[in-house]
Design a binder for this molecule. Structure first.
Ligand code: ZN
Length: 345
């Protein structure tokens, strides 16, 4: 199939996005609007300067910029602005459903009370559905830097406020020197309250932390998890227990988690039979979108149209959306793949 046909297929393919941070989703335009709304926030208010500000040198640099942009989000209206921009971007890439990682403790530290945050998420979710035709779910993400206490506070918010669309509890932030196992009590409490366990693990470190996410946090999906590629026994475990990895190739390249895109372990994970979904992580900051990630899998890893369709199906199956929506997305994927095969023939 010609490159333009593959691009057209990817653009038409209905998708879900299961690893996407609210703050990091901010497109340049949205970040610019927020920076100008809060000019004393230390984030450039000119487009070119902001673009340069978003050019990361490594993972710690990325975390510093992310934190600074987070501090611009100080009101419920800012959260709604982010969600409106995010939903528009998703709709433009034929994303039907997304699970958005929200870090309530960081929002609280930036000045948004929990009731206001819950209200803004509910408002933004309705707006995403009505204005953009995109369904959103929430993963309340604990920042590892804030330790187990921060995770407990995250669970308090998720369980206490439980805005409509609440799906699960996450764990993000730095991994070096921080052990997933320390967060087990908070995850246990979240799971007892019916929340799904969706931590990051093995983004910048090796398989041990992915094992810990699976064994100690009972992860139902793992954010990134690329460190698993170094451990055949772990790959077997993930494949056997159908634990999907939310893989974000461009993010891994931009943060320096992989040195070169050709060295990305996605083909290893895929070949081992591990369920792999594609995600953007922080599309605004990494200058990517979900179509670009699918396209990259074709161009760099040689994935075929049927393989790309299968990745989209894996995403739909791994999503914690309403069963009706999942069935609709899967039927639509079949339809678009069928049309592509007919055109190619
Ligand atoms: Zn992430």
């Amino acid at each position: 199939m010609s490159p333009s046909r593959v691009a057209a297929f990817v653009a038409a393919l209905p998708k879900v996005e299961l690893h996407l941070h609210l703050i990091g989703s901010a497109s340049l335009d949205t970040a610019l609007a927020l920076a100008r709304r809060h000019p004393d926030g230390g984030v450039p208010t000119e487009r070119e300067a902001l673009r340069q500000y978003y050019a990361f040198t490594d993972f710690p640099h990325f975390l510093r910029v992310y934190e600074r942009v987070n501090r611009l989000v100080t009101t419920a209206a800012d959260v709604v602005t982010l969600l409106d921009g995010l939903a528009a971007e998703l709709a433009a890439r034929t994303v039907r459903y997304a699970e958005v990682q929200v870090t309530p403790v960081r929002n609280r530290m930036a000045g948004i009370g929990y009731a206001a945050l819950a209200g803004a998420l509910t408002e933004g979710r309705a707006l995403a559905r009505e204005r953009h035709g995109v369904e959103l779910g929430w993963v309340f993400d604990a920042d590892a830097l804030l330790g187990p206490d921060g995770a407990e506070e995250t669970v308090d918010f998720a369980v206490g406020h439980r805005p409509e669309g609440t799906v699960g509890i996450g764990l993000g932030g730095p991994e070096t020197g921080i052990h997933r196992a320390d967060f087990a009590p908070a995850f246990r409490r979240a799971r007892a309250a019916g929340l799904h366990s969706l931590p990051h693990a093995g983004e910048t470190v090796g398989p041990d932390e992915v094992w810990a996410a699976v064994n100690e946090l009972c992860a139902e999906r793992v954010g990134h998890g690329i460190g698993a590629a170094r451990d055949p026994r772990l790959l077997e475990h993930l494949a056997e227990h159908r634990i999907p990895l939310e893989v974000s190739p461009t993010s891994n390249l931009r943060t320096g988690a992989v040195r070169a895109i050709e060295e990305h372990p996605l083909p290893v994970l895929h070949a081992a039979g591990v369920p792999v979904t594609l995600a953007t992580d922080d599309p605004g900051m990494f200058h990517t979108d979900l179509n670009a990630e699918y396209q990259l899998c074709h161009e760099v890893f040689g994935m075929t149209v049927p393989e790309l369709a299968e990745i989209a199906r894996t995403g739909a199956r791994a999503a914690f959306c309403e069963p009706d929506l999942r069935d609709r997305i899967l039927a639509e994927i079949d339809q678009v793949e069928g049309a592509a095969a007919t055109n190619a023939g």
